[in-house]
Design a protein around this ligand. Structure first.
Ligand code: FRU
Length: 488
Protein backbone atom coordinates (compact mmCIF):
# COMPACT_ATOMS: atom_id res chain seq x y z
CA UNK A 1 0.00 0.00 0.00
CA UNK A 2 1.35 3.47 -0.80
CA UNK A 3 2.09 5.90 2.04
CA UNK A 4 -0.74 8.12 0.86
CA UNK A 5 -3.24 5.26 0.77
CA UNK A 6 -2.10 4.16 4.22
CA UNK A 7 -2.63 7.68 5.62
CA UNK A 8 -6.04 7.96 3.96
CA UNK A 9 -7.22 4.66 5.40
CA UNK A 10 -5.85 5.46 8.81
CA UNK A 11 -7.46 8.90 9.09
CA UNK A 12 -10.84 7.68 7.84
CA UNK A 13 -10.85 5.00 10.55
CA UNK A 14 -9.45 7.12 13.37
CA UNK A 15 -11.74 10.05 12.77
CA UNK A 16 -14.67 7.92 13.96
CA UNK A 17 -13.05 7.60 17.38
CA UNK A 18 -13.23 11.37 17.92
CA UNK A 19 -16.61 12.62 19.17
CA UNK A 20 -17.70 15.95 17.62
CA UNK A 21 -17.90 17.66 21.00
CA UNK A 22 -14.22 16.88 21.54
CA UNK A 23 -13.45 19.63 19.06
CA UNK A 24 -13.98 23.38 19.06
CA UNK A 25 -17.14 24.45 17.21
CA UNK A 26 -15.69 26.55 14.40
CA UNK A 27 -11.91 26.31 14.72
CA UNK A 28 -10.50 23.70 12.37
CA UNK A 29 -8.61 20.84 14.03
CA UNK A 30 -6.81 17.97 12.26
CA UNK A 31 -8.88 15.05 11.14
CA UNK A 32 -6.72 13.01 13.47
CA UNK A 33 -3.22 13.34 14.95
CA UNK A 34 -1.09 16.48 14.60
CA UNK A 35 -1.60 19.77 12.73
CA UNK A 36 0.67 22.77 12.24
CA UNK A 37 0.79 25.47 9.55
CA UNK A 38 -2.11 26.20 7.22
CA UNK A 39 -1.11 25.27 3.68
CA UNK A 40 -2.62 25.83 0.24
CA UNK A 41 -5.41 28.12 1.41
CA UNK A 42 -7.33 28.97 -1.78
CA UNK A 43 -10.77 29.37 -3.31
CA UNK A 44 -11.29 26.66 -5.91
CA UNK A 45 -14.44 25.50 -7.69
CA UNK A 46 -16.87 27.15 -5.31
CA UNK A 47 -15.23 26.35 -1.96
CA UNK A 48 -12.34 27.37 0.23
CA UNK A 49 -9.71 24.67 0.44
CA UNK A 50 -7.35 24.54 3.37
CA UNK A 51 -4.53 22.04 3.57
CA UNK A 52 -2.37 21.75 6.65
CA UNK A 53 0.91 20.35 7.95
CA UNK A 54 -0.22 16.96 9.17
CA UNK A 55 1.07 13.89 10.93
CA UNK A 56 -1.93 11.59 11.17
CA UNK A 57 -0.35 8.86 13.30
CA UNK A 58 0.36 10.74 16.52
CA UNK A 59 -0.37 14.02 18.29
CA UNK A 60 3.25 15.13 17.92
CA UNK A 61 5.11 16.51 14.89
CA UNK A 62 6.33 13.73 12.59
CA UNK A 63 7.05 13.16 8.88
CA UNK A 64 4.90 15.81 7.30
CA UNK A 65 1.87 15.02 5.16
CA UNK A 66 -0.72 17.49 3.93
CA UNK A 67 -4.18 17.16 5.51
CA UNK A 68 -7.10 18.70 3.66
CA UNK A 69 -10.46 20.30 4.50
CA UNK A 70 -13.02 22.42 2.63
CA UNK A 71 -15.66 24.93 3.61
CA UNK A 72 -18.09 27.29 1.93
CA UNK A 73 -18.66 29.57 4.94
CA UNK A 74 -15.24 29.61 6.65
CA UNK A 75 -16.81 28.10 9.79
CA UNK A 76 -18.08 24.60 8.98
CA UNK A 77 -15.34 22.39 7.58
CA UNK A 78 -15.50 19.01 5.86
CA UNK A 79 -12.45 16.81 5.77
CA UNK A 80 -11.14 15.55 2.45
CA UNK A 81 -8.61 12.74 2.10
CA UNK A 82 -4.98 13.43 2.97
CA UNK A 83 -3.51 15.20 -0.07
CA UNK A 84 0.24 14.56 0.09
CA UNK A 85 2.46 12.01 1.81
CA UNK A 86 6.30 12.01 1.92
CA UNK A 87 6.72 9.28 -0.65
CA UNK A 88 9.19 10.37 -3.36
CA UNK A 89 12.96 10.99 -3.48
CA UNK A 90 12.29 14.73 -3.58
CA UNK A 91 10.25 14.77 -0.35
CA UNK A 92 11.12 11.57 1.55
CA UNK A 93 11.78 13.52 4.77
CA UNK A 94 8.56 15.52 4.61
CA UNK A 95 6.12 17.60 2.57
CA UNK A 96 6.62 20.94 4.29
CA UNK A 97 4.52 24.07 3.96
CA UNK A 98 3.40 25.58 0.68
CA UNK A 99 0.46 27.07 -1.13
CA UNK A 100 -2.06 26.37 -3.88
CA UNK A 101 -3.17 28.18 -7.00
CA UNK A 102 -5.93 27.35 -9.48
CA UNK A 103 -4.37 27.05 -12.95
CA UNK A 104 -6.05 28.53 -16.05
CA UNK A 105 -6.73 24.97 -17.31
CA UNK A 106 -8.84 24.16 -14.21
CA UNK A 107 -6.29 22.12 -12.27
CA UNK A 108 -5.28 22.99 -8.75
CA UNK A 109 -1.51 23.34 -8.37
CA UNK A 110 0.28 22.80 -5.07
CA UNK A 111 3.77 24.23 -4.61
CA UNK A 112 5.35 22.92 -1.42
CA UNK A 113 8.72 22.27 0.17
CA UNK A 114 10.08 18.79 -0.35
CA UNK A 115 12.55 17.86 2.36
CA UNK A 116 15.13 15.47 1.03
CA UNK A 117 17.38 13.23 3.04
CA UNK A 118 21.03 13.72 2.05
CA UNK A 119 22.87 11.84 4.82
CA UNK A 120 22.38 9.49 7.76
CA UNK A 121 21.90 12.17 10.46
CA UNK A 122 18.55 13.50 11.58
CA UNK A 123 19.46 16.97 10.26
CA UNK A 124 21.11 15.87 7.04
CA UNK A 125 18.39 17.29 4.86
CA UNK A 126 17.90 19.81 2.09
CA UNK A 127 14.79 21.77 1.30
CA UNK A 128 13.63 22.48 -2.25
CA UNK A 129 10.34 23.38 -3.87
CA UNK A 130 8.11 20.73 -5.41
CA UNK A 131 4.99 20.82 -7.58
CA UNK A 132 1.86 18.65 -7.54
CA UNK A 133 -1.23 19.08 -9.71
CA UNK A 134 -4.72 17.72 -9.26
CA UNK A 135 -8.48 18.05 -9.28
CA UNK A 136 -8.91 19.30 -5.71
CA UNK A 137 -8.82 15.83 -4.15
CA UNK A 138 -6.11 13.74 -5.80
CA UNK A 139 -2.74 15.24 -6.68
CA UNK A 140 0.08 13.94 -8.85
CA UNK A 141 3.59 15.01 -7.99
CA UNK A 142 5.66 16.34 -10.87
CA UNK A 143 8.29 13.92 -12.18
CA UNK A 144 10.74 16.84 -12.43
CA UNK A 145 10.62 17.62 -8.69
CA UNK A 146 12.15 19.59 -7.15
CA UNK A 147 11.08 22.30 -9.59
CA UNK A 148 13.01 24.94 -7.63
CA UNK A 149 16.27 23.26 -6.70
CA UNK A 150 19.28 24.58 -4.86
CA UNK A 151 20.85 25.62 -8.17
CA UNK A 152 18.25 28.42 -8.20
CA UNK A 153 19.38 29.86 -4.88
CA UNK A 154 21.11 33.22 -5.14
CA UNK A 155 24.68 33.70 -3.93
CA UNK A 156 24.90 33.06 -0.18
CA UNK A 157 21.59 31.15 0.01
CA UNK A 158 21.37 27.74 1.65
CA UNK A 159 19.19 24.71 0.96
CA UNK A 160 19.30 23.80 4.65
CA UNK A 161 16.60 26.44 5.17
CA UNK A 162 14.82 27.06 1.87
CA UNK A 163 11.11 26.67 2.24
CA UNK A 164 7.44 27.61 2.36
CA UNK A 165 6.71 28.89 -1.18
CA UNK A 166 3.74 31.18 -1.70
CA UNK A 167 2.57 30.93 -5.32
CA UNK A 168 0.23 33.16 -7.31
CA UNK A 169 -0.70 33.62 -10.98
CA UNK A 170 -0.83 37.03 -12.57
CA UNK A 171 -0.59 38.51 -16.07
CA UNK A 172 0.18 35.13 -17.60
CA UNK A 173 3.04 34.28 -15.24
CA UNK A 174 3.37 32.25 -12.07
CA UNK A 175 5.32 33.89 -9.33
CA UNK A 176 6.31 32.70 -5.92
CA UNK A 177 8.14 33.94 -2.87
CA UNK A 178 10.24 31.52 -0.85
CA UNK A 179 12.09 32.07 2.40
CA UNK A 180 15.67 31.13 3.06
CA UNK A 181 18.32 31.70 5.66
CA UNK A 182 21.66 32.72 4.24
CA UNK A 183 25.03 31.72 5.61
CA UNK A 184 24.97 34.58 8.14
CA UNK A 185 21.68 33.23 9.57
CA UNK A 186 19.60 36.11 8.19
CA UNK A 187 16.17 35.38 6.80
CA UNK A 188 15.39 36.64 3.32
CA UNK A 189 12.52 36.41 0.88
CA UNK A 190 13.27 35.36 -2.69
CA UNK A 191 11.07 36.01 -5.72
CA UNK A 192 10.84 33.48 -8.58
CA UNK A 193 8.95 33.53 -11.89
CA UNK A 194 7.73 30.82 -14.23
CA UNK A 195 5.58 30.52 -17.36
CA UNK A 196 4.20 27.09 -16.35
CA UNK A 197 4.92 26.54 -12.61
CA UNK A 198 7.52 23.94 -13.61
CA UNK A 199 10.40 25.97 -15.02
CA UNK A 200 11.42 28.73 -12.66
CA UNK A 201 13.93 31.55 -12.67
CA UNK A 202 15.21 33.53 -9.71
CA UNK A 203 14.19 37.17 -10.10
CA UNK A 204 15.31 39.03 -6.99
CA UNK A 205 15.47 39.15 -3.20
CA UNK A 206 12.47 41.18 -2.07
CA UNK A 207 13.47 41.80 1.52
CA UNK A 208 15.76 40.46 4.23
CA UNK A 209 15.85 40.74 7.98
CA UNK A 210 19.26 42.43 8.33
CA UNK A 211 19.53 41.55 12.01
CA UNK A 212 16.04 42.84 12.82
CA UNK A 213 12.76 41.00 13.34
CA UNK A 214 14.17 37.59 14.20
CA UNK A 215 16.39 35.28 12.20
CA UNK A 216 14.91 32.71 9.82
CA UNK A 217 11.72 34.08 8.31
CA UNK A 218 9.24 31.25 7.76
CA UNK A 219 6.02 31.07 5.75
CA UNK A 220 6.01 34.27 3.66
CA UNK A 221 2.84 35.70 2.13
CA UNK A 222 2.92 38.59 -0.33
CA UNK A 223 -0.16 40.41 -1.58
CA UNK A 224 -1.66 43.79 -2.45
CA UNK A 225 -4.04 45.30 0.08
CA UNK A 226 -5.87 48.50 -0.85
CA UNK A 227 -3.14 50.90 -2.05
CA UNK A 228 -0.27 49.03 -0.39
CA UNK A 229 1.64 45.76 -0.66
CA UNK A 230 2.00 43.46 2.33
CA UNK A 231 4.77 40.98 3.06
CA UNK A 232 3.96 38.71 5.97
CA UNK A 233 6.63 36.53 7.54
CA UNK A 234 6.80 34.34 10.63
CA UNK A 235 10.23 34.87 12.17
CA UNK A 236 12.00 32.53 14.55
CA UNK A 237 14.07 33.92 17.44
CA UNK A 238 12.46 37.35 17.67
CA UNK A 239 13.64 39.76 20.31
CA UNK A 240 10.98 41.64 22.25
CA UNK A 241 10.80 45.41 21.75
CA UNK A 242 10.30 47.89 24.63
CA UNK A 243 7.25 49.46 22.97
CA UNK A 244 5.34 46.18 23.35
CA UNK A 245 4.87 45.77 19.59
CA UNK A 246 6.91 42.56 19.29
CA UNK A 247 7.25 39.74 21.77
CA UNK A 248 10.16 37.31 21.96
CA UNK A 249 10.24 33.94 20.26
CA UNK A 250 8.08 33.03 17.27
CA UNK A 251 6.10 35.96 15.94
CA UNK A 252 4.15 37.08 12.92
CA UNK A 253 5.38 40.28 11.30
CA UNK A 254 3.72 42.34 8.58
CA UNK A 255 5.95 44.56 6.46
CA UNK A 256 3.68 47.01 4.69
CA UNK A 257 4.83 49.18 1.82
CA UNK A 258 4.81 49.75 -1.91
CA UNK A 259 5.58 47.40 -4.71
CA UNK A 260 6.99 48.31 -8.07
CA UNK A 261 5.85 45.26 -9.98
CA UNK A 262 7.75 45.92 -13.18
CA UNK A 263 11.01 46.43 -11.33
CA UNK A 264 10.14 43.76 -8.69
CA UNK A 265 11.10 46.18 -5.91
CA UNK A 266 9.40 46.13 -2.52
CA UNK A 267 9.85 49.17 -0.25
CA UNK A 268 8.76 48.92 3.38
CA UNK A 269 6.81 51.77 4.94
CA UNK A 270 6.03 50.28 8.31
CA UNK A 271 6.54 47.04 10.20
CA UNK A 272 4.10 45.70 12.79
CA UNK A 273 3.00 42.56 14.51
CA UNK A 274 -0.06 40.77 13.24
CA UNK A 275 -1.15 39.14 16.48
CA UNK A 276 -0.01 40.13 19.96
CA UNK A 277 -1.31 37.03 21.71
CA UNK A 278 0.32 33.82 22.87
CA UNK A 279 -0.69 31.37 20.15
CA UNK A 280 -0.59 32.45 16.52
CA UNK A 281 1.85 31.59 13.72
CA UNK A 282 2.41 31.04 10.02
CA UNK A 283 -0.77 32.59 8.57
CA UNK A 284 -1.79 32.31 4.94
CA UNK A 285 -4.27 34.43 3.04
CA UNK A 286 -6.87 33.98 0.32
CA UNK A 287 -9.02 36.39 -1.66
CA UNK A 288 -12.73 35.63 -1.17
CA UNK A 289 -15.04 35.83 -4.20
CA UNK A 290 -16.26 39.21 -2.88
CA UNK A 291 -12.70 40.58 -2.79
CA UNK A 292 -11.98 40.35 0.94
CA UNK A 293 -8.42 39.32 1.88
CA UNK A 294 -8.87 36.60 4.52
CA UNK A 295 -6.13 35.21 6.75
CA UNK A 296 -5.94 32.03 8.79
CA UNK A 297 -3.05 31.16 11.12
CA UNK A 298 -1.95 28.21 13.19
CA UNK A 299 -3.20 28.78 16.72
CA UNK A 300 -0.32 27.32 18.70
CA UNK A 301 3.21 28.32 19.69
CA UNK A 302 6.35 26.30 18.86
CA UNK A 303 7.87 27.35 22.21
CA UNK A 304 5.23 25.51 24.20
CA UNK A 305 3.63 23.04 21.86
CA UNK A 306 5.75 20.06 22.82
CA UNK A 307 4.95 20.48 26.51
CA UNK A 308 1.25 21.13 26.09
CA UNK A 309 -0.82 18.22 27.41
CA UNK A 310 -2.58 16.03 24.88
CA UNK A 311 -6.24 15.85 25.82
CA UNK A 312 -7.61 14.45 22.58
CA UNK A 313 -6.69 12.21 19.69
CA UNK A 314 -6.01 15.39 17.73
CA UNK A 315 -3.66 18.28 18.44
CA UNK A 316 -3.31 21.74 16.86
CA UNK A 317 -5.89 24.07 15.41
CA UNK A 318 -6.41 26.97 13.06
CA UNK A 319 -7.44 30.48 14.06
CA UNK A 320 -10.75 31.99 13.17
CA UNK A 321 -10.52 33.39 9.62
CA UNK A 322 -9.89 37.15 9.77
CA UNK A 323 -10.45 39.87 7.22
CA UNK A 324 -7.46 42.17 6.64
CA UNK A 325 -7.79 45.91 6.03
CA UNK A 326 -5.74 49.07 6.43
CA UNK A 327 -6.68 51.89 8.74
CA UNK A 328 -4.64 54.85 9.93
CA UNK A 329 -1.27 53.35 9.08
CA UNK A 330 -1.96 49.93 10.48
CA UNK A 331 -2.89 46.55 9.06
CA UNK A 332 -5.99 45.55 11.04
CA UNK A 333 -7.83 42.24 11.30
CA UNK A 334 -11.45 41.59 12.13
CA UNK A 335 -13.34 38.30 12.39
CA UNK A 336 -15.02 37.33 9.13
CA UNK A 337 -18.64 38.45 9.09
CA UNK A 338 -19.75 34.85 8.45
CA UNK A 339 -19.42 34.43 12.23
CA UNK A 340 -22.67 36.36 12.61
CA UNK A 341 -24.54 33.35 11.22
CA UNK A 342 -23.72 31.53 14.48
CA UNK A 343 -25.19 34.23 16.72
CA UNK A 344 -27.87 33.01 19.12
CA UNK A 345 -29.60 34.31 22.24
CA UNK A 346 -28.27 37.83 22.06
CA UNK A 347 -28.15 39.79 25.30
CA UNK A 348 -27.45 43.48 25.59
CA UNK A 349 -26.86 45.64 28.59
CA UNK A 350 -25.83 49.22 29.24
CA UNK A 351 -24.61 50.16 32.67
CA UNK A 352 -22.20 52.18 34.71
CA UNK A 353 -20.03 49.92 36.78
CA UNK A 354 -17.88 50.82 39.76
CA UNK A 355 -16.44 47.77 41.49
CA UNK A 356 -17.10 44.15 40.66
CA UNK A 357 -20.07 42.64 38.91
CA UNK A 358 -20.87 39.17 37.85
CA UNK A 359 -23.09 39.34 34.83
CA UNK A 360 -26.10 37.69 36.50
CA UNK A 361 -27.21 34.53 34.79
CA UNK A 362 -24.75 35.02 31.94
CA UNK A 363 -22.15 32.40 31.22
CA UNK A 364 -20.69 30.51 28.32
CA UNK A 365 -17.64 29.18 26.59
CA UNK A 366 -18.90 29.76 23.07
CA UNK A 367 -19.57 33.39 22.66
CA UNK A 368 -18.96 36.61 20.78
CA UNK A 369 -18.92 39.41 23.35
CA UNK A 370 -18.32 43.09 22.66
CA UNK A 371 -17.67 45.43 25.57
CA UNK A 372 -17.52 49.12 24.72
CA UNK A 373 -16.13 51.43 27.37
CA UNK A 374 -17.20 55.00 26.76
CA UNK A 375 -14.28 56.98 28.14
CA UNK A 376 -15.80 60.41 27.59
CA UNK A 377 -18.51 59.32 30.03
CA UNK A 378 -16.04 57.57 32.37
CA UNK A 379 -13.49 60.20 33.45
CA UNK A 380 -12.78 58.34 36.71
CA UNK A 381 -12.16 54.91 35.24
CA UNK A 382 -8.60 53.91 36.06
CA UNK A 383 -8.72 50.25 35.24
CA UNK A 384 -11.20 47.91 33.64
CA UNK A 385 -11.06 44.11 33.63
CA UNK A 386 -13.06 41.56 31.69
CA UNK A 387 -12.76 38.13 33.27
CA UNK A 388 -13.96 34.96 31.55
CA UNK A 389 -13.79 31.15 31.62
CA UNK A 390 -14.20 31.64 35.35
CA UNK A 391 -15.00 29.41 38.30
CA UNK A 392 -13.76 29.41 41.89
CA UNK A 393 -10.22 28.38 40.82
CA UNK A 394 -9.77 29.51 37.24
CA UNK A 395 -10.09 32.56 35.07
CA UNK A 396 -8.45 34.52 32.27
CA UNK A 397 -8.29 38.31 32.38
CA UNK A 398 -8.20 41.12 29.88
CA UNK A 399 -7.32 44.27 31.79
CA UNK A 400 -6.96 47.82 30.48
CA UNK A 401 -5.04 50.46 32.41
CA UNK A 402 -6.11 54.00 31.57
CA UNK A 403 -3.02 55.89 32.81
CA UNK A 404 -0.53 53.56 31.15
CA UNK A 405 -2.73 53.02 28.06
CA UNK A 406 -1.87 49.33 28.09
CA UNK A 407 -3.88 46.19 27.81
CA UNK A 408 -2.86 42.96 29.50
CA UNK A 409 -3.98 39.48 28.57
CA UNK A 410 -3.28 37.15 31.47
CA UNK A 411 -4.08 33.45 31.42
CA UNK A 412 -1.83 32.52 34.40
CA UNK A 413 -4.83 31.14 36.28
CA UNK A 414 -6.52 29.45 33.36
CA UNK A 415 -5.47 26.01 34.57
CA UNK A 416 -2.15 25.50 32.76
CA UNK A 417 0.20 23.32 34.80
CA UNK A 418 3.39 24.14 32.90
CA UNK A 419 5.47 27.24 33.43
CA UNK A 420 4.51 28.75 30.08
CA UNK A 421 4.45 32.40 29.07
CA UNK A 422 0.96 33.42 30.12
CA UNK A 423 0.85 37.17 29.86
CA UNK A 424 1.10 39.78 27.15
CA UNK A 425 1.05 43.51 27.62
CA UNK A 426 0.41 45.76 24.62
CA UNK A 427 -0.15 49.47 24.06
CA UNK A 428 -3.83 50.30 23.58
CA UNK A 429 -5.17 53.85 23.47
CA UNK A 430 -8.86 54.72 23.17
CA UNK A 431 -10.12 55.27 19.65
CA UNK A 432 -12.70 58.03 19.13
CA UNK A 433 -13.07 58.21 22.92
CA UNK A 434 -13.86 54.53 23.27
CA UNK A 435 -12.22 51.25 24.09
CA UNK A 436 -13.84 48.37 22.24
CA UNK A 437 -13.02 44.79 23.25
CA UNK A 438 -14.48 41.98 21.17
CA UNK A 439 -13.82 38.57 22.66
CA UNK A 440 -14.53 35.42 20.70
CA UNK A 441 -14.48 32.26 22.70
CA UNK A 442 -14.79 28.77 21.23
CA UNK A 443 -14.33 26.42 24.16
CA UNK A 444 -10.57 26.59 24.78
CA UNK A 445 -9.62 29.08 22.03
CA UNK A 446 -9.88 32.81 22.69
CA UNK A 447 -9.36 35.63 20.24
CA UNK A 448 -9.56 39.23 21.29
CA UNK A 449 -10.06 42.00 18.72
CA UNK A 450 -9.28 45.44 20.12
CA UNK A 451 -10.78 48.64 18.70
CA UNK A 452 -12.20 46.97 15.62
CA UNK A 453 -9.09 45.06 14.66
CA UNK A 454 -6.22 47.41 15.50
CA UNK A 455 -4.80 44.62 17.66
CA UNK A 456 -5.57 40.94 17.95
CA UNK A 457 -4.54 38.63 20.79
CA UNK A 458 -5.03 34.91 20.32
CA UNK A 459 -4.48 32.25 22.95
CA UNK A 460 -5.40 28.76 24.01
CA UNK A 461 -6.76 28.48 27.53
CA UNK A 462 -6.43 25.10 29.21
CA UNK A 463 -9.51 25.65 31.35
CA UNK A 464 -12.13 22.99 32.18
CA UNK A 465 -15.22 23.76 30.08
CA UNK A 466 -17.36 23.88 33.23
CA UNK A 467 -15.59 27.15 34.12
CA UNK A 468 -17.93 29.37 32.13
CA UNK A 469 -18.45 32.47 34.27
CA UNK A 470 -18.04 36.04 33.08
CA UNK A 471 -17.46 39.06 35.25
CA UNK A 472 -16.51 42.71 34.95
CA UNK A 473 -14.40 44.78 37.30
CA UNK A 474 -13.80 48.49 37.31
CA UNK A 475 -11.72 50.84 39.43
CA UNK A 476 -13.57 54.13 39.04
CA UNK A 477 -16.94 54.37 37.31
CA UNK A 478 -17.03 52.88 33.82
CA UNK A 479 -19.86 53.50 31.34
CA UNK A 480 -20.25 50.22 29.51
CA UNK A 481 -22.19 48.86 26.62
CA UNK A 482 -22.31 45.07 26.42
CA UNK A 483 -23.49 42.90 23.56
CA UNK A 484 -23.23 39.18 23.95
CA UNK A 485 -24.08 36.58 21.33
CA UNK A 486 -23.88 32.93 22.19
CA UNK A 487 -22.48 30.92 19.30
CA UNK A 488 -24.09 27.73 18.10
C1 FRU B 1 6.60 26.71 10.35
C2 FRU B 1 7.35 25.53 9.78
C3 FRU B 1 7.63 25.76 8.31
C4 FRU B 1 7.82 24.37 7.78
C5 FRU B 1 6.81 23.60 8.61
C6 FRU B 1 7.23 22.18 8.92
O1 FRU B 1 5.78 26.42 11.42
O2 FRU B 1 8.56 25.35 10.50
O3 FRU B 1 8.72 26.62 8.04
O4 FRU B 1 7.56 24.28 6.42
O5 FRU B 1 6.63 24.32 9.81
O6 FRU B 1 6.19 21.47 9.50
Amino acid sequence: MSKLEEARRYEAREENAIPADDRPLFHLTPRTGWMNDPNGLCYYQGAYHLFYQYYPYDTIWGPMHWGHAVTTDLLHWDYLPCALAPDTDADDAGCFSGTAVPAPDGRLLLLYTGVQRVGPGQDDTKQMQCLAAGDGIDFVKDAANPVIGEDLLPEGGSAVDFRDPKIWYEDGLYRCVVSTRDKTAQGSILLYESPDARHWTYRTTLDRCNGEYGKMWECPDFFPLEDRQVLIVSPQEMEATPDGEFHAGYGVVALVGRYDKAGARFTREWVQTLDSGLDFYAPQSVVAPDGRRILIGWMENWETVNRTPRRHRWFGRMSLPREAFLREGRLCLRPVRELETLWQDTLTRRETLDGDAAWEGVSGRRLDLTVTLDLAASPDCRRFTLRFAEDGCHHTDIAWDAAAATLVLDRSLCGIRQDFPNRREVPVAPRDGKLVLRLILDSDCMELFVNDGERVLSAIIETPVEADGLSLHSEGAAALDLVLHHLG
